[in-house]
Design a protein around this ligand. Structure first.
Ligand code: PGA
Length: 253
């Protein structure tokens, strides 16, 4: 059975002190992460170890990096490699967030390299995809997202994609307060699953957790996560508020 996942994406927010306070507040609020669920905190690089230490011993709760570089090591001043993350005990990495695609020119082929390095290193990618507003208005979002997935992931084996994590995030819904309706999320996420099924078969497709991201909050999480092809969420703004993110975790199937 595929995992249901609440993943926080703090982006470039919070000081270390604010981040630690947020975790302290969150652990005080009852929230249940059962065997078939994961809570993952995507935190800025400098806080990875501190937040990991704070969450140590919590079952089914993990810390993720928000990016890593597409080269293994070497003269790339300022970059962070998959191996570095692995060496400090990090297990997950958000890859291909639309902000990285837009502001840092991350292409589908560069993301394929990042995915490869993460898998070789033993890190689990949380692979983001999603269309801009112009594509949604033109009604071509399915083929747009399909191309992102094909160009970055379809060189992988069925084994590598078993249990993979995808985050579908329509760009027009990120940080805008404008959430896709649960029907819109279900429609495209079921399409995404069918794309994997077509290439890799139903067993692989059914094992992939497909998260929805874009203005998820406590008030809408239950409805969105209730859809059959929505296996949780990647949450930006609302993950910076302890009560919101606890409620979002509690909204997982
Ligand atoms: P948002 O961000 O929840 O603030 O819309 C989601 C994301 O960018 O991952």
């Amino acid at each position: 059975m595929r995992k249901q996942i609440a993943a926080a994406n703090w982006k470039m927010n919070l000081t270390l002190q604010q981040a630690e306070t947020l975790i302290d507040e969150l652990v005080k609020i009852p929230h249940d992460v059962n065997e078939n669920q994961l809570a993952i905190f995507g935190v800025p690089f400098p806080y990875l170890t501190a937040i990991q230490t704070k969450l140590a011993g919590k079952k089914n709760v993990f810390v993720a990096a928000q990016n890593c570089y597409n080269k293994k090591s070497g003269a790339y001043t300022g970059e962070v490699s998959a191996e570095m993350l692995k060496s400090i005990g990090i297990g997950y990495v958000i890859l291909g967030h639309s902000e990285r695609r837009e502001y840092f020119n991350e292409s589908n082929s560069m993301l394929a390299e990042k995915v490869n390095i993460c898998l070789e290193t033993g890190l689990v990618p949380i692979f983001c995809c999603g269309e801009p507003l112009t594509i949604r208005e033109a009604g071509t979002q399915n083929s747009f997202v399909e191309a992102q997935l094909k160009e970055s992931l379809f060189h992988l084996t069925a084994e590598q994609l078993t249990g993979f994590i995808i985050a579908y995030e329509p760009i027009w819904a990120i940080g805008t307060g404008k959430t896709a309706t649960s029907e819109q999320a279900q429609e495209i996420q079921s399409y995404i699953r069918s794309v994997f099924a077509g290439q890799y078969g139903n067993d692989v497709a059914d094992s992939i957790s497909i998260l929805y991201g874009g203005s998820v909050k406590a008030a809408n999480a239950k409805e969105i996560f209730g859809k059959p092809d929505v296996d949780g969420g990647l949450v930006g703004g609302a993950s910076l508020v302890a009560s919101e993110f606890a409620a979002i975790i509690n909204s997982l199937k």
